[in-house]
Design a protein around this ligand. Structure first.
Ligand SMILES: [Zn+2]
Length: 106
């Protein structure tokens, strides 16, 4: 049998599930203190994301610089102020900033 060709959509769905799974594993490892393995899972997940353009749902859960899975307050510092959320990775010092919605309503 020839290799079944996945449609682009199927491939992306599959990739998305794989990424979710990898982040799940990364979280479990990070929470049980195995940072090296968590980082490895994140690296794999990021690679899949890059290849298949998976929606960036996990953006806030890892450090884009050193690929550490962020577990507050163990390896990350989260601060708000100046209408933004600052997340600093305590491993490499990288700072992520997310704008906070100001005002009421949505
Ligand atoms: Zn980092």
């Amino acid at each position: 049998m020839a290799r079944r060709q996945l449609s682009r959509k199927d491939a992306r769905n599959l990739a998305e599930r794989q990424v979710d799974r990898l982040f799940e594993l990364a979280e479990r490892e990070a929470r049980s203190g195995n940072d090296a393995r968590a980082t490895r899972y994140v690296t794999l997940a990021v690679r899949v994301c890059e290849r298949y353009k998976v929606p960036a749902r996990h953006k806030r859960t890892y450090c884009p610089s050193c690929r550490a899975f962020l577990v507050p307050p163990r390896n990350v510092r989260v601060r708000t102020g100046d209408h933004r959320l600052s997340v600093s990775c305590l491993r490499c010092g990288h700072i992520l900033r997310f704008p906070l919605r100001t005002g009421r309503g949505r």
